[in-house]
Ligand binder design. Structure first.
Ligand SMILES: NC(=O)c1ccc[n+]([C@@H]2O[C@H](COP(=O)([O-])OP(=O)(O)OC[C@H]3O[C@@H](n4cnc5c(N)ncnc54)[C@H](OP(=O)(O)O)[C@@H]3O)[C@@H](O)[C@H]2O)c1
Length: 282
């Protein structure tokens, strides 16, 4: 998300990317768990808008190390939101569809959180802290996002899916796990449009950032095979309960994203269309 946003926001804004210590010049680095260093970071760059993308975004490591990951996902996010508020900068934060328990699906923007996993609880607690920080903050509850990793970055889940299918290895896909998936470039487009507008739709500060329709992982896999010319027989369909994971996953945490789409004047492409676009390299 950070890479996609940097590319999109650079059209029209001066963007400063901040990364993990050791990955760039010291003035461009911040450990997202360094709550004490957040004010100095914001003071150094004096941004109009801080878009906080850094997180431990995988549920299983959060389940395994709640204290360590909370320092980043909750305390670090809260400190950065407070620093932005104190400096008069706008603040955008990414929460997750996994704040929901997945029992009903099609959650509204302000549906109350009911997390099943430590990751979901951390995102809920970070939402609360960011919105309590006192500044001009907007929280996006992001649905499943897809796009290949930028060069040099570790492979993500669709890099892994492509590598396995290209090597003729089967890929397990759940038929009963649904999310409102969207391309990361479309998510970045919506965030950039939100950045260009003052205020928020109907004054809301908690918004779903989602694709136009829910898809199961199996449907995603089928669309992926169709777009990239892989053999759909390599998709090993299963129910989520057949393969328990360290962190419990919600079954249907699909989101209603229409309020943000209407306000921003942009609707993300349906998954099949977005994957075809990705396969064309567009
Ligand atoms: N992708 C999704 O489908 C999805 C869905 C819902 C919500 N979200 C949320 O959206 C946001 C962006 O997600 P993403 O998919 O872009 O995640 P990602 O690909 O895992 O990227 C996370 C970034 O955070 C950085 N980071 C992690 N710990 C850090 C630390 N202690 N200090 C500095 N940087 C650190 C990582 O740096 P390194 O590369 O150096 O490790 C990486 O660049 C996250 O808040 C995530 O929880 C994502």
């Amino acid at each position: 998300m950070g890479a996609a946003l940097r590319r999109r926001l650079a059209r029209g804004h001066a963007v400063t990317s901040v990364v993990r210590p050791g990955k760039a010049a010291p003035e461009l680095c911040w450990d997202a768990g360094d709550a004490a260093g957040a004010a100095a970071l914001v003071g150094r760059h004096k941004p109009e808008l801080v878009v906080h993308c850094a997180a431990q975004a995988k549920p299983d490591p959060c389940e395994a190390d709640p204290a360590g990951t909370r320092a980043v996902n909750v305390a670090g996010a809260a400190a950065l939101a407070e620093a932005a508020a104190a400096a008069g900068a706008r603040f955008f934060f990414f929460s997750s569809d996994q704040v929901h328990d997945g029992r009903t699906g099609l959650y509204e923007d302000d549906s109350p959180a009911s997390p099943l996993s430590e990751y979901g609880r951390q995102k809920r607690d970070a939402e609360d802290a960011v919105l309590a920080a006192g500044g001009d903050a907007l929280v996006f509850r992001l649905a499943l996002c897809f796009g290949f990793s930028p060069p040099g970055a570790p492979p993500n889940w669709i890099d892994d899916m492509r590598a396995a299918l290209a090597a003729g290895r089967p890929v397990r896909v759940f038929t009963d796990q649904k999310r409102s998936a969207l391309a990361v470039t479309d998510a970045a487009e919506l965030v950039a449009r939100a950045a260009a507008k003052p205020g928020t739709p109907e004054g809301r500060r908690l918004l779903n950032l989602a694709g136009p329709a829910p898809v199961s992982r199996a449907e995603f896999g089928e669309a992926f095979c169709a777009a990239f010319g892989f053999d759909p027989a390599l998709l090993a369909r299963a129910k989520a309960a057949e393969s328990p994971m360290a962190a419990p996953r919600p079954l249907d945490c699909s989101l209603q994203g229409a309020r943000l789409h209407a306000w921003a004047g942009f609707t993300p492409a349906p998954v099949r269309e977005a994957l075809a676009r990705l396969a064309r390299g567009a």
